[in-house]
Design a binder for this molecule. Sequence first.
Ligand code: ZN
Length: 233
Amino acid sequence: MRIAVLSDIHANLPALEAVLNKVDELHAGTIMCLGDTMGYGPFPQECLEIVRRRCTVVLQGNHDSGLIGETSIEDFNHYGVQAILWTREQVSKDGQEFLSTLPYVHQHLDATFVHASPAAPERWRYVLSLRAAHENFQAFSTRLCFIGHSHVPVVIPEEGNINEYRPGHRHIINVGSVGQPRDGNPYASFGLYDPEADLYELVRVPYDIARTARAIRDAGLPEYLAHRLFKGL
Ligand code: ZN
């Protein structure tokens, strides 16, 4: 059964809807959500309800944790802070309680799933260099580790070339971001893993960015949060 791996939805409902349509089209029976369902975007409550209903497992991200006051938002960028303060007013008490129950790490078959890094899941460290990746390979025992957090998709084999998936080998795989891609491509991003065939691919999906941008402006959230979506920044 194919596994869809979603991360960093960031309250972007049009992106989430487009991705779930694609997930259904691809017949992925398991949907893993790596966290940061909240923050930045204008549809937090809607996204939370859909994720609760559709995802097999939902993990905690730093924005989810910041929203419920478990992680200090002092380290967030200016836009992130403004968005979290706004989001706190939008998410139901029940939704906030749900966020407080989310685990940091999950294992399924031959894969580990975590928002930021397997070495220190609750410290929200980025895996941005090969050196950081190599330290992190010691921190999980499964063959694969799926991460998000940076919003930039990448496949890192333990040995071999970046962005080349090697069946049977160990990898750290960043699936990019559903709701706020930052690799210069504005299309929503998610990972598709087929454990039986041992295949991995990154899937990109166009969505109605203008609808999200309008809702960001209508909510009084910073203009930059709308602007960046068109650029994939
Ligand atoms: Zn994020």
